[in-house]
Design a protein around this ligand. Structure first.
Ligand SMILES: [Zn+2]
Ligand SMILES: [Zn+2]
Length: 179
C-alpha cells in the first residue's frame, strides 16, 4: 500500500479514488473481513453510547478538520507513532479502537476508552471552532464519532459546527454518484 507522509496527502489520495479503485484496493489490504468485523463492533458500541444510528457518509461528507484529524491519528498509529493504552492496540490486529480530537495522537482499545474522557471546560469546548458551549438547551455540545476502518475518531461540536457538518454532508451526498 502507498505510504503517506501526512494526513493531507492521504486525504487527497482518498478523494481521488474512484469506486473501481476502491474495489481494487481491498484485496491488497488483506484482513478486510477482520477490519469490517471490528468496525461493526465499534459502530455498535458507539451507537449504544451516543443513542443514534450510524450512517454511511462519503469521504467528502466530513468537514476537512474532521477528516484531517482522523487521518493524522490513523497515520501516526499505523507507523507506531501514536500514544496507546497499555494494551498496545496495533493496526495489524484489527479490533475497535478509539481516538479523539481533544487528545491528538492517542489511540486506545475499547476497554481503555475512559482514558479519552475529558471534564470541565475541555468537555464543553467545540473541537471545530473552539467555542465554549454553555450547555443545553441552546448551546449544547454534540458528540460525534467518525469511523475509518475500525478506528473511531471522536469530536465534540457546537450547534453551529453541527449545522456546518450537516451542510457539508448534504453537499457531498448531492455531489454525484456515491457508493
Ligand atoms: Zn487498552
Ligand atoms: Zn464549533
Amino acid at each position: 500500500m502507498k505510504a503517506f507522509r501526512n494526513a493531507v496527502e492521504l486525504d487527497e489520495y482518498l478523494a481521488s479514488l474512484t469506486d473501481e479503485d476502491r474495489a481494487q484496493l481491498n484485496p491488497n489490504i488483506g484482513m478486510v473481513d477482520q477490519v469490517r468485523k471490528a468496525q461493526a463492533e465499534g459502530i455498535s458500541d458507539r451507537e449504544s453510547v451516543l443513542g443514534n444510528k450510524a450512517r454511511w457518509v462519503p469521504h467528502l461528507g466530513l468537514p476537512e478538520w474532521v477528516r484531517l484529524g482522523m487521518y493524522d491519528v490513523l497515520i501516526r498509529w499505523s507507523e507506531g507513532r501514536a500514544l496507546t493504552c497499555s494494551h498496545q492496540p496495533s493496526i495489524d490486529r484489527p479490533q475497535p479502537v478509539y481516538a479523539a480530537a481533544w487528545k491528538p495522537g492517542v489511540v486506545v482499545c475499547g476497554q481503555c476508552q475512559p482514558m479519552l474522557r475529558v471534564i470541565g471546560l475541555a468537555d464543553r469546548t467545540c473541537d471545530g471552532c473552539g467555542h465554549e458551549c454553555m450547555g443545553m438547551p441552546d448551546d449544547g455540545i454534540l458528540p460525534v464519532s467518525a469511523f475509518t476502518g475500525a478506528l473511531a475518531y471522536q469530536v465534540g461540536v457546537c450547534v453551529s459546527c453541527e449545522d456546518e457538518m450537516r451542510r457539508v454532508e448534504a453537499e457531498a451526498q448531492g455531489a454525484g454518484p456515491q457508493e
